[in-house]
Design a protein around this ligand. Structure first.
Ligand code: M6R
Length: 366
């Protein structure tokens, strides 16, 4: 059932182009200009009445929600907060009938996420679920459901579920924008066009999957490392860091690159590996200067940038690139080399890749 792959995780990483295509599927109009979300029953008036959005989830799904915040805010101009479910439900959040609460859960059975959903409904909010399991508890209890068609995810470390959650957020952000007319029709069509290119761009990254292997083997000998980035790169860094910790047991921390000098820089020593994401055009120069800061203190830096941004080569020890896309869509590409990096690091350490110690696939206890 691993279809020739050594591990479910690797199989699921390779299933991502299909997961992207299936999740977009019939949700893009035949003329490629509009999003069709038939499963979202909210009327135009109800969408116009949304004052704010809360995205609530755990773990990797929370990391997808961090990207979702930027996606929805920039496309639909609705204020969004993203919270970890186990915090949200106990912090007496301000939920009104004009709040849309979006819960994100691969399994649809995570106890804290389900409890947050119930708390949101009790306060009169509408709840939209993004889930991978049709008929799960979260799917049954939410008002609207967007199913991510990633197919069953077996490995404990989430890969294709995360990326299809990103696709769901792009579709939803565009749908809200087109309903609220916060973007011109041409701008929406441009994003859709870029979105439709993602599956083949992921295929191109996967065709060269082995390029990160050497570097993964090198970091597998370390006990601590950092991921840094700004904006969406920071959110992908958070996911990359979780993935690495979860299956390789290497301690790592994801840091907003601009925060380094407020304390963390003290931890950089000769040889400390730093994985720096620099895919955001607007933030590129700023990130490069943070890379120089860590390199000057002896860090061994792996850069992740957009194809053609060779300028970074001068400041890093290793440079990996991803194909060019819109800045908003880069997370759907940049996370893939990081998934591969943790896979190969876990393998190099001889760990049980698919079943990391202490963890369960579905966390149904609080
Ligand atoms: O099924 P869910 O999406 O609700 O699960 C949430 C987290 O438990 C899950 O994403 C976890 O963080 C993954 N093992 C990370 O790879």
């Amino acid at each position: 059932e691993k279809a020739g792959y050594d591990h479910f995780m690797l199989k699921e990483i390779y299933e991502q182009p299909k997961a992207y295509r299936d999740t977009m599927g019939s949700r893009i109009s035949a003329d490629h200009k509009q999003i069709v979300l038939e499963e979202v029953q909210m009327t135009k008036e109800q969408i116009q009445d949304i004052h704010n959005i809360h995205i609530v989830a755990c773990g990797t799904a929370y990391h997808a929600g961090l990207v979702g915040k930027t996606v929805i805010e920039s496309l639909a101009r609705i204020p969004v907060e993203t919270d970890v479910a186990s915090e949200y439900r106990y912090r007496n959040p301000i939920i009104t009938p004009n709040t849309l609460v979006i819960v994100v859960s691969q399994s649809g059975e995570t106890a804290d996420t389900l409890a947050a959903l119930r708390e949101a409904k009790r306060c009169g909010a509408r709840v939209l679920a993004i889930t991978n399991v049709v008929g799960s508890s979260v799917a049954r209890e939410a008002d609207d459901v967007i199913v991510t068609w990633a197919g069953p995810e077996i490995a404990v470390a989430s890969t294709k579920a995360y990326t299809s959650q990103l696709i769901a957020f792009y579709l939803l952000g565009l749908y809200l924008a087109q309903t609220l007319e916060t973007q011109e029709a041409g701008a929406i069509a441009d994003v859709i066009q870029a979105l439709e290119k993602l599956p083949e761009q992921v295929e191109a990254i996967l065709a060269e999957a082995e390029v990160v292997r050497d570097y993964a083997e090198r970091i597998s000998k370390h006990e601590h490392l950092f991921f840094i980035g700004r904006g969406l790169d920071f959110n992908v860094a958070q996911e990359g860091s979780l993935k690495l910790k979860e299956i390789s047991y290497i301690h790592s921390e994801a840091y907003a690159a601009g925060e380094l000098k407020h304390g963390t820089l003290a931890l950089i020593e000769e040889g400390t590996p730093v994985i720096a994401l620099a895919t955001q055009e607007m933030l590129f120069e700023k990130t490069v200067s943070n890379i120089k800061e860590v390199a000057a203190r002896g860090a061994s830096v792996m850069g992740l940038a957009i194809e053609g941004d060779d300028e970074l080569k001068k400041s890093v020890d290793e440079l990996f690139t991803i194909p060019k896309t819109l800045p908003l869509l880069t997370p759907a590409l940049s996370v893939v080399p990081l998934q591969l990096l943790s896979y190969y690091a876990s393998l190099a350490r001889g760990n049980d890749v698919d079943k990391p110690r202490n963890l369960a696939k579905s966390v149904t206890v609080e």
